[in-house]
Design a protein around this ligand. Structure first.
Ligand code: SAH
Ligand code: SF4
Length: 347
């Protein structure tokens, strides 16, 4: 089948074979990409209309015990400045976010043992007490089933844990031996079983990635059936082993967003900060390619320059209100509108 036929098949059947996905990803043209984006945006418009969901991101700790080769927060990075936000700091961010119309807070950090289940459950409960109409998303990396369960029982609604790459060999080229693709995938299945709205995802253009790997990522998403998918381009960070690797491409990222939307019309799919970092209008283009979520930063301005997963990250100098306003305007400029809504997954 030619690429055009494959794209139509994907829209009708919501899946392709690994060979078909690999062909499409390995050989797509600008026309193919634009055609796919149009279909994908059509699907997103059908499900979400012109509404864009917004999530307030609170990056509460830059300590990490892991050593992922791509990430600026890896423990071997002696140049990274480390910080931890207190419960009071986090609650202040949430209060400010609430005033600005956010109804979902994403608490993200490195894997930092300082935050025990007890501390985290207390933070989750306190946010829920203050703002009972808000959803809480956690993005804290790999934890035990018991820990995930306790946090869920404390009131967390969603969990983001990118699988990074579905291919085990590729995974081992991006991580030290202590981290295993199987563990991460098992965590995702556990999160789903507990009842979280669960998000997986991957970097586009990570070192050593092939078209076949991306096909495997799509099929992994199909099998897991997550409620959310987070993808963005890989961007080198100057204090990591991957400092000299090439960054992921804008077009490739947009194309992958569209393929994911065609495969899963209802999925919650952000146009990420990384996408906005590699191109000034990256997030707008992401929405037009089928994304339906944006995640402005709510972290205190003093710590923003210290949460640097990758180089040249945008919005590290802005106040939360500025970030929200800026994205509001960006969405309006392409005919979309940010809404005050929890933005839960609906079947
Ligand atoms: N520690 C948690 C959450 C923070 S990292 C975790 O690892 O899940 C969140 C995501 O940032 C990672 O899943 C990864 O996909 C992305 N990331 C890390 N370094 C990156 C880089 N150099 N370029 C692009 N994305 C990166
Ligand atoms: Fe730590 Fe997450 Fe960065 Fe890996 S990607 S080093 S787990 S913050």
């Amino acid at each position: 089948m030619n690429n055009r036929e494959l794209i139509e098949k994907l829209k009708n059947e919501r899946v392709l074979s690994k060979t078909e996905f690999t062909q499409l990803i390995g050989t797509y043209t600008k026309k193919d990409r634009e055609f796919t984006a149009k279909l994908a945006r059509g699907e997103a418009d059908r499900v979400f209309g012109k509404k864009i969901f917004v999530r307030g991101l609170i990056e509460f700790s830059s300590y990490c015990k892991n050593d992922c080769y791509y990430c600026g927060l890896r423990r071997s990075n002696r140049n990274a400045e480390r910080y931890r936000l207190s419960k009071e700091d986090i609650l202040r961010c949430a209060d400010e976010g609430y005033e600005l119309g956010f109804r979902t807070f994403v608490l993200q950090s490195g894997e930092d043992g300082f935050y025990t289940d007890e501390i985290l459950c207390d933070i989750v409960k306190s946010i829920k007490n203050a703002h009972s109409d808000c959803a809480i998303t956690l993005s804290l990396g790999e934890r035990s089933e018991e820990s995930y369960k306790r946090l869920f029982d404390a009131g967390a609604d969603r969990y983001l844990l990118r699988h990074e790459t579905a291919n085990t060999e590729h995974y081992s080229k991006l991580h030290p031996d202590s981290l295993k693709a199987e563990n991460r995938q098992e965590c995702l299945r556990t999160l789903k079983r507990i009842g979280y709205q669960t998000g997986c995802g991957f970097m586009v253009g990570s070192p050593f990635q092939t078209a076949e790997n991306l096909a495997e990522d799509l099929l992994f998403i199909k099998r897991l059936a997550p409620e959310m998918v987070g993808i963005g381009p890989f961007i080198p960070q100057h204090d990591t082993p991957f400092r000299d690797k090439q960054k992921g491409g804008l077009e490739d990222t947009l194309f992958m967003l569209s393929l994911i939307r065609l495969m899963k019309p209802n999925v919650l799919l952000p146009a990420t900060t990384a996408l906005g970092t590699i191109s000034p209008l990256g997030r707008e283009q992401g929405i037009l390619a089928g994304a339906n979520v944006v995640m402005p930063n709510l972290s205190p301005t003093e710590v923003r320059q210290k949460y640097l997963l990758y180089d040249n990250k945008i919005c590290t100098g802005d106040e939360s209100a500025q970030c929200k306003e800026c994205l509001n305007n960006r969405m309006k400029s392409i005919g979309y509108e940010i809404v005050t809504d929890r933005g839960d997954y609906r079947n």
